[in-house]
Design a protein around this ligand. Structure first.
Ligand SMILES: [Ca+2]
Length: 375
């Protein structure tokens, strides 16, 4: 339990940072590509897609005239149900019955209240964050997972242009390759966050909508899937909107199952490919500060400089990079002092999975450690 709680903040940091952005999270803005396009009717095809959607009966056999239980008497939920019925053709009595099963999670409400926007990273913070993921267990399990799924990882890598070790880096940091999948019912998590939590209710209501679409599409009872307290699911901890947009059926059994290694591997690789991963490129490079005071420049995965521009401030790459290469300037607050790195476009691609410099750096380092042990 402690272990899971310990991991959850890592996932939460991303959510919290997403919420801190003034604009929509870029991860949710990307183009819908073939993986989940079937669930996202394009303008000209709405009537046909609607008819198909409505013809699929949602699973679970729930039925009630009105919502009872923890979520009885929530006008916002009643409006949500009306919208799901009108826009997506769900039977209202089905949704009334389903939400009569939903349980309010007070732990989640308390957690969301306590968590405020993260402040500036504290000295040594990177070392503490890194230690959660760069341990023997994460590396050796990653190597084992690679050996067990070598064929699938090779196929995904060739198809999407993403090296196996970065697919494993994501799975390692997110769930330790399935060891920490999360034990919260997704229905409870998202209903609580959408209708009982002071923060980001609209975002979670949107995810709840996508979750119900996912469950209907995959013919699963929405009370069954379990995930993180925030509703992230499977080996790669996809939120429902990511499922609809980027999950793929990579073992060809006709289902997209985020809990199956093959589908999780393909879906993570597809996510990277759709978010700007450049096949064959590096990820980060150490920076050398040649002038005192150079560290007053703004840092973070979302900063953008050219190598030439940084050179004027006395910051140069440790190895050769073309002068016009776009990079971010990263500061890692390590125990021995701050470290400076240059983030390449592939580093930014990792942050599309979770908007955090430390997250992306942990994925990168874990990927490299696994690769070194595997070879
Ligand atoms: Ca499948």
């Amino acid at each position: 339990m402690h272990q899971r709680f310990h991991l959850s903040p890592a996932i939460f940091i991303g959510l919290a940072l997403l919420s801190g952005c003034a604009s929509d999270p870029p991860a949710r803005r990307g183009a819908v590509i073939s993986g989940g396009a079937g669930s996202q009717p394009i303008a000209g095809e709405v009537p046909r897609a609607k008819a198909l959607e409505s013809a699929v009966q949602p699973k679970g056999g729930y039925s009630a005239l009105r919502v009872s239980g923890d979520y009885a008497g929530y006008p916002a939920l009643d409006r949500f149900i009306a919208r799901m019925a009108q826009q997506h053709g769900f039977p209202r009595d089905y949704l009334n019955g389903l939400f009569s099963q939903a349980q309010r999670k007070t732990w989640t409400i308390d957690y969301m209240r306590k968590e405020s926007k993260p402040g500036p990273p504290s000295p040594g913070g990177w070392s503490r964050y890194r230690a959660q993921f760069l341990d023997k267990l994460h590396v050796s399990r990653g190597v084992e997972f690679w050996r067990r799924h070598a064929g699938t990882l090779r196929r995904a890598s060739e198809h999407y242009g993403v090296p196996p070790e970065y697919i494993l880096g994501i799975m390692g940091v997110e769930t330790a390759y399935g060891a920490n999948l999360g034990g919260h019912r997704v229905l409870d998590a998202l209903t609580t966050l959408a209708f009982d939590s002071p923060r980001r209710a609209d975002y979670f209501a949107d995810e709840l909508e996508k979750f119900l679409l996912m469950a209907r599409q995959e013919r699963i009872d929405p009370t069954l899937p379990k995930g993180s307290f925030a509703g992230a699911m499977g080996l790669g901890q996809f939120m429902p909107s990511s499922f609809l947009n980027w999950a793929v059926d990579f073992d060809g059994d006709g289902r997209k199952d985020l809990w199956q290694p093959a589908d999780a591997i393909g879906s993570i690789a597809n996510y990277f490919a759709a978010h700007g991963w450049r096949s064959g490129d590096g990820v980060v490079m150490p920076a050398v500060l040649k002038v005192a005071g150079a560290n007053e420049l703004e840092t973070g995965y979302d900063t953008r400089y050219s190598v030439a521009e940084l050179a004027r401030y006395g910051i140069v790459p440790a190895r050769t990079l073309a002068a016009d290469t776009p990079v971010s300037l990263l500061r890692l607050r390590a125990e021995g002092g701050d470290e400076y790195w240059l983030g390449l476009p592939n580093f930014y691609a990792i942050t599309r999975y979770n908007n955090s410099t430390y997250y992306a750096m942990a994925v990168h380092e874990l990927a490299q450690a696994i690769k070194a042990r595997y070879e």
